[in-house]
Design a protein around this ligand. Structure first.
Ligand code: TTP
Ligand code: MG
Length: 409
């Protein structure tokens, strides 16, 4: 343990997307509700109410399976803008408590509460106050974990759900984690769990006392991470973000497809949305990543590092299209899901002087397009390629409604 003992809080909203829908439509409260798409659609569950979880439903489960397990559930497509608004209000409440705040996703954040005892008496009281404000102002439930490090705080909040609060006393980290099944430990996915089970390890406690060398033999450097995590050791700091780390869009198709024009049109549309996001946030990206999922759910990502940072739709699309061509040449199976992301972000403006004249022209063009779209809706301007999507995705003034609208758009 470090000489300066930290107190970390992990906060995560319960059934976030669903809960936001329930606030807007009280008829949904107390019922099995799923946000993710139409019943039996081809997307996956993004969020399931706790009433739906009783039937085995969980995030990531194909909607078809969810529908089979719980046909009486209410399936909602969802609306990302509503979740973004709720998330901003949630983070604003947390920011009232401390600037030492690291949002991890829309509904999840770490707080460094070290030293806050002097204000609240007990950190537990601070957590109660946060939960209360979230409930009063957003009508949402937040679950909280308090511990000496990030990973233990996260496991604690997860375990406390719904509407929970667990504080792990300093020195109790190992005994808190020990009885838990491996799957509860962040970073332990299905494959890792499977290998560990093969070694006769089924609980975090058993993992914690497995010799480091044995873990390194099976997992390489990741073995060390496993060993540390299982022992409740995590030296990561709470890092208030300077900015978002990436921007991305993805969707599942109605039918698996090999149609290159459709794949390219979708990629073009997403590149435009990602580009618009970057420009709105005043960011430029250095890395473009293509994501493809095939019918059997195997998923690949392929990345390309650009010679110059960019916020241009065209540059993002060009990089994505190249990655796509390469991937399609290697893999002939039909595609279930496609996505594109831009990462390694830097503040715009830092490199503008270095742009050549054609890049400058593109920049001005993009700005003009953004202005028109802000005024008349995203699909007011369409490139030839994306108009192909008209026949495939329903369109609203603000763009195409994708099959995983809660995640994308
Ligand atoms: P989570 O916090 O993982 O899930 P949750 O808030 O729905 O449920 P709980 O925390 O009570 O277990 O994710 C937050 C939101 O992120 C979730 O409401 C929907 C979205 N999400 C997806 O869209 N896809 C996913 O695979 C996951 C895990 C979450
Ligand atoms: Mg949550």
């Amino acid at each position: 343990m470090s000489e300066k003992a930290s107190t970390i809080m992990h906060i995560d909203l319960d059934a976030f997307f669903v809960s936001v829908e329930q606030v807007l439509n009280p008829e949904l409260r107390g019922k099995p509700v799923v946000v993710g798409g139409r019943p039996g659609g081809r997307g996956v569950v993004a969020s399931a109410s706790y009433e739906a979880r009783v039937f085995g439903l969980h995030a990531g489960m194909p909607l078809v399976t969810a529908c089979r397990l719980c046909p009486q559930a209410i399936f909602i497509e969802g609306s990302f803008s509503r979740y973004r608004d709720a998330s901003q209000r949630f983070m604003a409440i947390l920011a009232d408590f401390t600037p030492f705040l690291e949002p991890v996703s829309l509904d999840e954040a770490y707080l460094d509460a070290t030293g806050f005892e002097s204000i609240y008496g007990f950190i537990h009281e601070m957590a109660v106050a946060i939960k209360q404000r979230v409930k009063n102002e957003l009508v949402l439930c937040a679950s909280v974990g308090i511990a000496s490090c990030k990973v233990v705080a996260k496991v604690a909040s997860e375990l406390s759900k719904p509407d929970g609060l667990i504080e792990v006393a300093r020195g109790e980290e190992c005994s808190f984690l020990a009885p838990l099944p491996l799957g509860k430990l962040p970073g332990v996915g299905k494959k890792t769990e499977w290998i560990l089970r093969g070694l006769g390890i089924t609980t975090v406690g058993e993992l914690s006392i497995t010799p480091l060398d044995a873990l390194k033999m099976h997992f390489g450097a990741f073995g060390e991470v496993l060993h540390r995590t299982a022992n409740g050791i995590d030296t990561r700091k709470v890092e208030p973000p300077s900015a978002a780390k990436s921007v991305s869009r993805e969707t599942t198709f109605d039918k698996d497809t090999k149609d290159r024009s459709l794949l390219k049109a979708t990629l073009r549309y997403f590149s435009e949305r990602v580009g618009a996001d970057l420009r709105e946030r005043g960011k430029r990206a250095r890395c473009v990543t293509l994501k493809l999922r095939y019918a059997d759910f195997t998923t690949i990502t392929r990345s390309h590092t650009l010679p110059q940072t960019t916020d241009s739709d065209q540059a993002i699309f060009d990089a994505g299209a190249k990655l796509l061509s390469r991937a399609l040449a290697l893999e002939k199976r039909p595609v279930r899901l496609i996505g594109i992301g831009a990462s390694n972000l830097v503040e715009s403006g830092t490199q503008l002087d270095m742009l050549d004249s054609s890049a400058r022209r593109l920049e001005q063009l993009n700005k003009a397009i953004d202005r028109i779209r802000q005024k008349y809706g995203f699909t007011a301007i369409q490139t030839g390629r994306t108009s192909l999507l008209k026949d495939i995705f329903p369109e609203t003034g603000d763009g195409y409604t994708l099959h995983t609208p809660s995640l994308s758009r």
